[in-house]
Design a protein around this ligand. Structure first.
Ligand code: GAR
Length: 185
């Protein structure tokens, strides 16, 4: 099973997905980033995975940008497209072309807190629990069908940084597991 991973930043989820390839019997055949200085590029080099970099800042037309992504994906024809901290909204035409094959991980218990600053929003709302959600990507932001959700209790001592770390630790476990689950379906 061949998967493509999209990322924009540090890429710790990408790293965990790469580390679990053998265990879960999938292959990351290529990666994509919109950010030429994303930390995740280092993990692609380490694992000798081709990384396609297209800087979104050189485009003011989302359709044109996503058209290039679509051609990139058509060339590869992956079984699954895994968004791991990819911080760009995808256009409806791109999502529609690959609907059912794109998954995303989001750092909140959706439908709570779509969008940004999820940890801060959970703290401000004095939530008792927080967590992460893996879902299919549809043309509406952070709202496609949920595949898996995991939570933990928020401690009185938690702050934004500790929640980021707790959520990421959880994600590093559940994202490779969920990829493995999906490719067996
Ligand atoms: C992850 O926590 C992921 O859930 C979040 O970005 C982080 C990426 O971390 N994704 C989103 O916020 C998407 N809306 P990483 O670069 O270390 O994997």
């Amino acid at each position: 099973m061949r998967i493509v991973v999209f990322f924009s930043g540090t890429g710790t989820n990408l790293k965990s997905i790469l580390e679990h390839q053998k265990k879960y019997n999938y292959e990351v055949c290529s990666c994509f980033t919109n950010n030429p200085i994303a930390g995740g590029i280092g993990f692609c080099n380490e694992y000798k995975i081709d990384c396609k970099i297209i800087d979104h800042k050189n485009f003011n037309d989302r359709e044109k940008y996503d058209g290039l992504i679509n051609s990139y994906l058509e060339n590869l024809n992956p079984d699954l497209i895994v968004l791991a901290g990819y911080m760009r909204i995808m256009s409806k035409s791109l999502v529609d072309n690959w609907e059912g094959q794109i998954i995303n991980i989001h750092p909140s218990l959706l439908p709570k807190y779509p969008g940004l600053h999820t940890h801060q929003r959970a703290l401000e709302a004095k939530d008792k629990v927080h967590g992460s959600t893996i879902h299919f990507v549809t043309s509406e932001l952070d709202s496609g069908p949920i595949i898996r959700q995991e939570s933990f209790e928020i401690e009185p001592s938690d702050n934004e940084e500790s929640l980021i770390n707790k959520v990421k630790n959880l994600e590093h476990k559940i994202y490779p597991e969920t990829i493995s689950f999906l490719i067996k379906q």
